[in-house]
Design a protein around this ligand. Structure first.
Ligand SMILES: [Zn+2]
Length: 116
């Protein structure tokens, strides 16, 4: 499950099952240390609410896309140079370096979390 704030991958800290409402709540922590909760519900309940949640899900997917792109740019900057990356992603030189800076931070946090 990706983080709704930054789009990074997350892991489950705690799971609670609520038998009366037929839901499961999970506490999660993303690679950037953001805590959030998810609620697992039965499909018919979800489908009725799905249309209202489309924009929220699209925004989270967009953040996830940029998170992955920035990590890729950080990894390739020393190999390909900024000109090639700017051409590949259709962004400016300063955007390449900004993305590489963010990507490096995210990549390092991901590495330090998976090492624990
Ligand atoms: Zn996050």
């Amino acid at each position: 499950m990706i983080c709704p704030r930054c789009g990074a991958a997350s892991s489950v800290l705690e799971t609670r099952t609520n038998k009366t409402s037929m839901t499961t709540t999970r506490s999660r922590l993303c690679f950037n240390e953001h805590r959030f909760k998810t609620v697992e519900i039965h499909e018919p309940v979800y489908c009725s609410a799905e249309q209202r949640n489309v924009k929220f899900v699209q925004a989270a997917a967009k953040r996830s896309h940029f998170w992955k792109r920035d990590i890729q740019i950080a990894k390739q900057l020393g190999v390909d140079g900024w000109q090639a990356l700017a051409a590949t992603y259709g962004i400016t030189k300063s955007a390449v370096y900004l993305a590489a800076k963010r990507g490096k931070q995210w990549y390092e946090r991901q590495q330090s979390r998976s090492a624990r």
